[in-house]
Design a protein around this ligand. Sequence first.
Ligand code: SF4
Length: 284
Amino acid sequence: MLLKIYQQLHAHFGPMMGAAAYRPWWPIFGPDAPFEILVGAVLVQQTRWEAVEQTVLRLLEVGLLQPAALAAVDTEQLGQLIRPVAFYRQKAPGLSAIAAHITQRYQGNTAVMLAQPLAPLRQELLALPRIGYETCDTTLLYGGQHAIFVIDEYTRRLFERVFQEQGTENEEQRVGSKGIWRQPYEKVRLRVETALRVEQKNREQRTEEQALFADFHAQINEVCVRYCLSRPRCDGPPARRVYSRQAGRDHYHGRVDGCPLRDGCGYYKRGGSEGRSPSEKPNF
Ligand code: SF4
């Protein structure tokens, strides 16, 4: 079932991690991609990507998008530099401590740090300041090419809506008043990874696991940015948000065919939470 969702998204949006002009999906501007991804993953907490990208470019411009330089800069000054992002006062000392860790333990080489085996590396990252599960796994997946699925608010919201029917009909899938997609991070991650592994086994053509997880997460992000917003735009038009300066990012704006998941979406089939087609609601 999850693979079907992935295939529908992939068929609609195209591969997110390929070689087209605006790809890979996670835009990289400087020479140290693993460190840039780690910094971006911290900056994006509670923050729109537009502000993150602006901040990453600023750090790059002043020579701070490298561990040794970032560890050495005064945290007050760093706070001012990253001011467009939320919680910049807390994120500045956090980033400084992360950069110092990489500088002292790995001679500033983030790729070497991320090349370690997944389980101990994950524990090491989770012990650093400002790194929770989502930030950690985003870094592992995109910065270290580890096969781990990232669970974020978009993932929870999308699956909650798509599987709405099953969630309400099967009591085993309910957890008190919360649905299964609102369970703690690790439970949801393991649920998704296990389901994808089982579904992959039954396919003749399997996609390499890390590539599948990375592209699927990007596809989820895209459908949630375009259609499955807090007030969904199931029948379109898609939101015209351009969230990266990478060339080609506005390629999607002409599409008029609506969310590709409508056929199998429980929320859509139920006519939305108000008992009518979400398309009847004013979405924007
Ligand atoms: S059909 Fe509507 S509710 Fe369902 S996934 Fe698409 S945008 Fe979200």
